[in-house]
Design a binder for this molecule. Structure first.
Ligand code: ACO
Length: 332
């Protein structure tokens, strides 16, 4: 059956968001910060955290089950599972293998990818190629992050920014007028030192940047990442539109990575996109890394902001440093 599929698209979606809420006011009691500072400088009001001691994969399993059911499929229909995560429970087995065992997708190949906050769109890109080549028919893409476990809760520069969650999508064949029209995936590894989470190896510089006992935590040069993020969003959005041969005016909704409202406002201003056409939910969840884009896309669809035939632009940036964008013609 090789080569018969002309276009891949999203057939179903699911999410899982932890119950536990951490507000800006809660953070005021933990570090030297204020609700006013966090709202003004980031737009974040609260975020959700996984319960201490709970595994992250539970969120991925829940999101995956919902996405498969939403696509009208059974777990045994899934040919491959790709999980985008930078906060796996284990380095081995992969999050994808754990999810596979829990949902019973016994026919599926399973592996994880790490492209930080760009991970969901990178995974969509891989899934797209599998479907178009005829190699696999139904790919489960899962984003699953428990960034709260990688945060130094005494570092106000980072601990106010992140939240936990999972989002999933089933990618498969769609009619050739809809689905994934173009992708732009990129990275600039020379800037990687601006956002690091050491795991098994630490340089003296890594140790010096981390103040407290637990050294396996995020360190970030916020203003360097901020500048990169604005540039990367503009570049990735322009490139993918060029590849698709469609102008930004035609896009019904931009679903960006949800890191900071000021980054989004700056980038959208440069792109000439009004904020009314940008989906924002970072006030409720903060930055969920690879999970931000699928959860935003899921909520936008559920809220009726996407109709069949609409052009939707997914665009993000993240650790690596990486960027990724995807133009979809909504097929649902
Ligand atoms: N509460 C109060 N004050 C704070 C806080 C806080 N939570 N955090 C920093 N400050 C202080 C700083 O210490 C600094 O004080 P100083 O002037 O006395 O030194 C002052 O506020 C200004 O700091 P800046 O870093 O200049 O603040 P900025 O406006 O740049 O905001 C922020 C910081 C929110 C981190 C911003 O730079 C940002 O959002 N950067 C991008 C982060 C990002 O998007 N990361 C995504 C990648 S994530 C991934 O891939 C996993």
């Amino acid at each position: 059956m090789k080569g018969l599929v002309k276009r891949a698209g999203i057939l179903g979606m699911g999410t899982s968001i932890p119950q536990r809420v951490l507000t800006n006011h809660d953070l005021e009691k933990m570090v030297d910060t204020s609700d006013e500072w966090i709202r003004k400088r980031t737009g974040i009001v609260e975020r959700r955290l996984l319960d201490k001691g709970a595994p992250a994969f539970g969120m991925g399993v829940e999101a995956a089950r919902e996405a498969i059911a939403d696509a009208g499929l059974k777990p045994s229909d899934i040919d491959a599972i790709i999980t985008a995560t930078i906060s796996p429970d284990y380095l081995s087995p992969s999050m994808s293998c754990i999810i596979q065992s829990h949902i019973g997708a016994s026919e599926a190949a399973a592996f994880d990818i790490n492209a930080a906050c760009s991970g969901f769109v990178y995974a969509l890109g891989i899934a797209n190629q599998y479907v178009l080549s005829g190699c696999y028919r139904y790919i489960l893409v899962v984003s699953c992050e428990a960034i709260s476990r990688l945060v130094d809760w005494q570092d106000r520069n980072t601990c106010v920014l992140f939240g936990d969650g999972a989002g999933a999508a089933v990618v498969g064949p769609v009619d050739e007028d809809h689905g994934i029209l173009a992708l732009e995936l990129g990275a600039d590894g020379t800037l990687g030192h601006n956002l690091t989470i050491p795991c098994c190896y630490f340089t003296p510089d890594d140790l010096a940047k981390r103040a407290h006992e637990n050294k396996q935590v995020i360190w970030m040069d916020g203003s360097e990442v901020f500048k990169f993020a604005t540039r990367a969003l503009v570049y990735a959005a322009e490139r993918v539109m060029e590849k698709a041969g469609i102008t930004l005016d035609s896009v019904r909704l931009v679903v960006p990575h949800q890191a900071n409202i000021r980054i989004l406002e700056n980038a959208m201003k440069r792109l000439g996109v009004e904020m009314e056409r940008v989906y924002v939910n970072l006030d409720k969840y903060g930055n969920m890394s690879a999970v931000s884009i699928p959860v935003a896309l899921y909520e936008a669809f559920r809220e009726g902001r996407l109709q069949k035939g609409d052009y939707v632009l997914l665009v993000g940036f993240g650790g690596g440093l990486t960027w990724a964008s995807c133009l979809l013609k909504w097929n649902r």
